[in-house]
Design a protein around this ligand. Structure first.
Ligand code: UTP
Length: 291
């Protein structure tokens, strides 16, 4: 697949309050779905979209994310010594060799928009992807960001991934106002952060995948704190769509909101059922449970 998305930003500097107490000392991005932490699924999705540079926006207490993508010489030498080749391969292949990681600190939790702005000097003048790792998306053969990269390569407009959300939940999402869709794509007319159900322009909610042109950085620099007193990515996208056009993309696949306890549990059950080694045994186990 041809595309030019070489850099993907992972804003992971949030506090993860909805998942306390689990996230008191462990970053939510390190919570495992079956056998891999959420951040690993996100990194694999970025790599599948062509990314060569992964840019993590972090804060204090998120060291484990950096450690996960770094070498662990003690573990590697122990596994090699004891001939645990399969496990060693798994540890060594956390990322392909030609993919590098950059870690940038967000000095204060001023919001998602501010976190993205912290990546400006690393991203430079290229279009780039954003993945929020707590939105785990099973896109099947073509993961969500790769779907978006293919569309971007064809039409060049920024894209945000959307899905229909419950009417009563509009105040949990960025909500899109869009023209009539053509297939999975709809030209956006507006976007508003966390509107009350009565004020929402639609029930199309933005989920954690974006593919943006670098113009967003100038717009973020001019963005003042909005909803919740935070610098909102949504507000900068609202300006981007007036200047350049932004498309809402109804992705193919299933999203699990792993920032919430229920979504995280659903992801674990469904990924376990699909797991090549565990799936069958886990299905048998579930069938022994009485409800
Ligand atoms: P969330 O709204 O999910 O916030 O942020 P959170 O802190 O992660 O979790 P809760 O709501 O307290 O449970 C959306 C994304 O933006 C990042 C978060 O890490 C998450 O990936 N973020 C948010 C930052 O990187 N910096 C911020 O200042 C705010």
């Amino acid at each position: 697949m041809t595309n030019n998305i070489r850099k993907v930003v992972f804003p992971v500097a949030g506090l993860g309050t909805r998942f306390l107490p689990a996230t008191k000392a462990v970053p939510k991005e390190m919570l495992p779905v079956v056998d891999r932490p959420l951040i690993q699924y996100a990194a694999e999705e970025a790599v599948a979209a062509g990314a060569k540079e992964l840019i993590f926006i972090t804060r204090s207490g998120k060291q484990e994310i950096e450690d996960h993508f770094d070498a662990n010489y003690e573990l590697q030498s122990e596994l090699a010594k004891s001939g645990k080749d399969e496990l060693l391969k798994m540890v060594n292949e956390v990322l392909p060799e030609d993919v590098s990681c950059v870690f940038v600190r967000q000095p204060q939790a001023l919001g998602l928009g501010h976190a993205v702005l912290c990546a400006k000097h690393v991203v430079g003048d290229d279009p780039f992807g954003i993945i929020l790792p707590d939105d785990l998306i099973d896109g099947g053969e073509t993961p969500c960001l790769a779907q978006m990269a293919a569309i971007f390569a064809e039409q060049g407009n920024s894209l945000v991934a959307v899905e229909a959300v419950a009417h009563e939940d509009t105040d949990k999402y960025g909500i899109v106002d869009a023209e009539r869709p053509r297939g999975r794509l709809a030209r956006m007319k507006g976007i508003v952060e966390k509107p009350a159900p009565a004020d929402a322009p639609s029930t199309m909610g933005v989920v954690g995948r974006y593919l943006l042109t670098p113009r967003i950085f100038q717009l973020l620099e001019e963005t003042t704190p909005g909803s919740g007193g935070e610098i909102q990515l949504t507000d900068a996208i609202a300006r981007l769509l007036e200047e350049e056009g932004v498309m809402a993309y109804s992705f193919a696949g299933k999203r699990y909101d792993c920032g919430t306890k229920l979504g995280f549990l659903q992801a674990n059950v469904e990924y376990a059922l699909k797991h090549p080694k565990l799936g069958e045994e886990f299905r048998d186990y579930l069938q022994t449970l009485t409800y």
